[in-house]
Design a protein around this ligand. Structure first.
Ligand SMILES: Nc1ncnc2c1ncn2[C@@H]1O[C@H](COP(=O)(O)OP(=O)(O)O)[C@@H](O)[C@H]1O
Ligand SMILES: [Mg+2]
Length: 387
C-alpha cells in the first residue's frame, strides 16, 4: 500500500495522501518554502515535521510558531527578536524565532493571521535571507527554511487586502493541500487501527476493537475536527470503555449527533424494507434518549460540583444540600479519576492539571495536551479557570 519508503507517521492509503508523501519526498531535500493548507486537524503540522525530518536540516531545530496564538503587537519581536529598550518592557535584548531556528526550519502555523507589517519583514527574510531585530539598526543574516500553514483561503485574504500578494506567491511556490477527512473515507480504517494500537499499547490498556458496523459509522461521520477529533474519540473510548468491543451504540455516545452521518430530522428514504426503516427509527430514538441522558448527567454533576446549582433543578439541589444521598457522594469519592465522569469533566481535569504542572505556561500546557494555544485560551475562558 505504501509504495513510498517511510510515511513519517502520516497514515493513509488514499491517492491524496500518497501524493502528499511523494511531494514531501521531493521538496524536503531543497530549501524551497512550502505552504500547507487544510482544515484544522488534517495534519498540517505533521507534514511540516515530515519535511524537516527528511531535510538536511534534520539535526537542527524545527521552530514551531503559531501566528494566531501570539498577540499581534508582539508577534514581530517574537519572530525577529528585539534590542534592549526597543519598547517598554524590553529590558534586555532577545533573540527571535528566526535566530533560534538558524540552519533549521521554521513552521509558521496560521500564517493567515499574520499582520501586514510583519508580512513585509517575512517577505524580506525569504528573499534576502536577512532581517533586523525590533529596535535594531543592523541587518543580520539567517538561514532558515520556511514551512507555513493555514486553514484560511489565502487567495481570498489577498483579494480583500489582508494578505500580501507578493508573499502569497512566494510562499505558494509549492503548496500541499490536505483534504478534510470526510473526503478520504478510505483512510479512516488505517488511521483508526494505528491510533488505537499505539494508544492502547502505550497505556497498557486492553482494547477489543470495533464491530464492522461501528467501523462503517466511523467512516460515515463528518469529522469537522478531522484526524485530531477522530483521535480524541478513539482515545476516549479506549480509556472509558475498558476493553469492550465498540459497537454502533457505544460509538454513538461519542459522536456528536450532527456528525454521526445519520440525519435524524430527515424523512427516512422509502427504498428500504419496513424492517430497516423500523430499525432506523429505533436507533434514532435511542440516540435521542442517549443525548438526554448525558444532558441529565451533566446537570447532576454540575449540581454536585458547583456551589450554585441551577435553579431549574430544585430536587437535586435539595438532595445535595441535605447531604443525604450517600449513593452519589460515595460513588464520586471512591471512583477512579475517569470513572463515571463526563468527557467535559475529564477535559477540565486534564487542562487544569497541565496548567498546574507547567506553572501556568499556556504554551507548554497546550503542547502536552496536544491542542493549540488558541484552543487552550478558549477552554480556560469556557471553564473560567484562574490562569
Ligand atoms: N494522516 C495522519 N495519520 C496519522 N495521524 C495524523 C494524520 N493526520 C493528522 N494526524 C494526527 O492528528 C493530530 C492533528 O494533526 P496536526 O498536524 O496537528 O493538524 P493541523 O496542524 O492540521 O491542525 C495529530 O495528533 C496528528 O499526529
Ligand atoms: Mg495545527
Amino acid at each position: 500500500m505504501n509504495s513510498i519508503g517511510g510515511n513519517f507517521g502520516i497514515i493513509g492509503q488514499s491517492a491524496e495522501i500518497q501524493q502528499i508523501l511523494l511531494t514531501i519526498n521531493q521538496v524536503a531535500p531543497t530549501d524551497i518554502s512550502v505552504l500547507v493548507t487544510g482544515e484544522s486537524g488534517t495534519g498540517k503540522e505533521l507534514v511540516a515535521q515530515a519535511i524537516h525530518a527528511q531535510s538536511h536540516r534534520r539535526d537542527k531545530p524545527l521552530v514551531v510558531v503559531n501566528c494566531g496564538a501570539i498577540p499581534e503587537g508582539i508577534l514581530e519581536s517574537e519572530l525577529f527578536g528585539h534590542e534592549k529598550g526597543a519598547f517598554t518592557g524590553a529590558v534586555g535584548a532577545r533573540k527571535g524565532y528566526f535566530e533560534l531556528g538558524d540552519s533549521g526550519t521554521i513552521f509558521l502555523d496560521e500564517i493567515g493571521e499574520m499582520p501586514l507589517p510583519t508580512q513585509v519583514k517575512l517577505l524580506r527574510v525569504l528573499e534576502n535571507k536577512d532581517f533586523m531585530r525590533v529596535g535594531g539598526s543592523k541587518m543580520q543574516k539567517v538561514d532558515v527554511r520556511v514551512v507555513a500553514a493555514t486553514n484560511k483561503d489565502l487567495l481570498q485574504a489577498v483579494q480583500v487586502g489582508e494578505f500580501r500578494e507578493d508573499l502569497y506567491y512566494r510562499l505558494n511556490a509549492i503548496s500541499i493541500r490536505i483534504p478534510p477527512l470526510r473526503e478520504r473515507q478510505e483512510d479512516i480504517h488505517l488511521i483508526v487501527r494505528k491510533i488505537a494500537a499505539d494508544f492502547a499499547g502505550q497505556n497498557h490498556i486492553e482494547f477489543a476493537g470495533f464491530t464492522n458496523s461501528a467501523f462503517r459509522m466511523l467512516q460515515a461521520a463528518a469529522w469537522p475536527g478531522n484526524v485530531r477529533e477522530l483521535k480524541n474519540v478513539i482515545e476516549s473510548m479506549i480509556i472509558l470503555e475498558k476493553g469492550a468491543l465498540i459497537d454502533e451504540l457505544i460509538l454513538s455516545r461519542y459522536l456528536r449527533p450532527q456528525d454521526s452521518g445519520l440525519s435524524r430530522n430527515l424523512p427516512v428514504p422509502t427504498n428500504r424494507s419496513s424492517e430497516e426503516v423500523e430499525r432506523e427509527f429505533i436507533y434514532r430514538a435511542l440516540l435521542d434518549l442517549k443525548s438526554e441522558l448525558s444532558k441529565l448527567r451533566e446537570d447532576i454533576y454540575q449540581v454536585m460540583f458547583s456551589k450554585h446549582p441551577p435553579k431549574s433543578l430544585p430536587v437535586y439541589s435539595e438532595v445535595v444540600s441535605r447531604g443525604s444521598d450517600v449513593e452519589f457522594s460515595g460513588e464520586v469519592a471512591e471512583a477512579s479519576p475517569v470513572e463515571g465522569k463526563t468527557l467535559g469533566e475529564i477535559e477540565l481535569f486534564m487542562i487544569n492539571s497541565a496548567l498546574e504542572q507547567f506553572d501556568g505556561s499556556k504554551r507548554k500546557a497546550a503542547k502536552s495536551l496536544g491542542i493549540s494555544e488558541r484552543t487552550l485560551y478558549r477552554k480556560i475562558k469556557e471553564y473560567d479557570l484562574p490562569f
